[in-house]
Design a protein around this ligand. Structure first.
Ligand code: ASP
Length: 317
């Protein structure tokens, strides 16, 4: 038992440049981040579990059109949505994950249901959709996930592909993901991540978000991590597990461990960011892009949200 509870979220490192959205749109995005934090914090403050808190926080962002997960997810190369998500319980190392699902409104909740079942840990494609339907979760048509903004991103990525400038696309055109990490009153850590992947990704491509140890990892006594950025590199570096290992075996502090891994990723000139919580409730949210949707609640219950460098205090949780 500890007294400390902690919660941090990200809404992806594919943040648009400040000039590309109106002030009203930025305010709306920050409000969605604050709503996500309040949903998670309400659970932690009542003595609820870190697992339930990260699920609740991620669900709010999946339902918001501002983030690349659930409603508002990126389109694949065929103009459809294939979603990846996972959740991990740091107390037991139990985890659940779905890859390439097409009809689950809140993939993070399906990941939690799979984790509760215990085995298998990861389901892909139609099997994941069928599992969620069987569990009685909310099912939707694939078009439910579509938004105008993501459609424009797909059109612009298709043009870039034709003229050979795809690698020059901005992080905002390509990426996004949502995630949450939490420490509950029992001292347990949890992490969850959910994404539409990247715009114009090949059909069947699976990123790091459903890969335990890469885009999502939680282990009591070490840390909980949720990542965002070019998933292929998060998988190669086993980012979540690597940070936990640097803490366990090299005795690094959470900030130093996260910075070390982010520095290695950055050598590949890829966009990357993450949120992580240490066993003591310490929070970090580093990124190497222009901005990263992110937020956290300080131990005194104050909500902090940010899209770029400036952090806004958004009142009590
Ligand atoms: N990590 C996600 C993926 O590769 C995308 C992102 O976070 O931008 O699927």
């Amino acid at each position: 038992m500890t007294d400390t509870i902690a919660l941090a979220i990200h809404g992806g490192c594919g943040t648009l440049p400040l000039s590309e959205l109106s002030e009203a749109e930025w305010t709306e995005a920050r409000a969605a981040l604050a709503a996500s934090l309040r949903a998670g914090w309400a659970i932690l403050a009542k003595g609820g579990s870190a697992v339930d808190a990260v699920e609740a926080a991620v669900r709010v962002m999946e339902d918001s059109p501002h983030f690349n997960a659930g409603h508002g997810a990126a389109f694949n190369s065929e103009g459809e949505h294939e979603l990846d998500a996972s959740i991990m319980d740091g107390a037991t190392l139990a985890a659940g994950a779905l890859a390439g699902v097409r009809r689950i409104r809140n993939p993070v909740s399906a990941a939690k249901a799979l984790m509760r079942r215990g085995d298998p840990l990861l389901l892909a494609g139609a099997a994941g959709d069928a599992f969620a339907a069987q569990e009685g979760l909310d099912m939707v048509e694939n078009a439910y996930f579509s938004t105008e903004r993501r459609r424009k991103s797909l059109a612009s990525m298709k043009i870039r592909e034709l003229v050979g400038t795809a690698t020059e696309a901005s992080e905002a055109e390509k990426h996004g993901t949502v995630g949450a990490v939490a420490l509950d009153r029992q001292g347990h850590l949890a992490a969850a991540t959910s994404t539409g992947g990247y715009t114009n990704k090949p059909v069947g491509r699976v990123g790091d978000s459903p890969i335990i140890g890469a885009g999502t990892y939680a282990r009591d006594g070490r840390c909980a991590v949720s990542g965002t950025g070019k998933g292929e590199y998060f998988i190669r570096y086993c980012v979540g597990h690597e940070i936990a290992s640097l803490i366990a075996y090299k005795d690094l502090a959470l900030d130093a461990a996260s910075a070390a891994v982010l520095a290695e990723l950055s050598e590949h000139k890829i966009g990357a960011g993450l949120v992580a919580i240490g066993a003591d409730g310490a929070i970090v949210a580093p990124y190497n892009t222009e901005g990263m949707y992110r937020g956290w609640v300080t131990p005194d219950g104050i909500v902090h949200v940010a899209t770029h460098a400036q952090v806004e205090i958004a009142g009590a949780a």
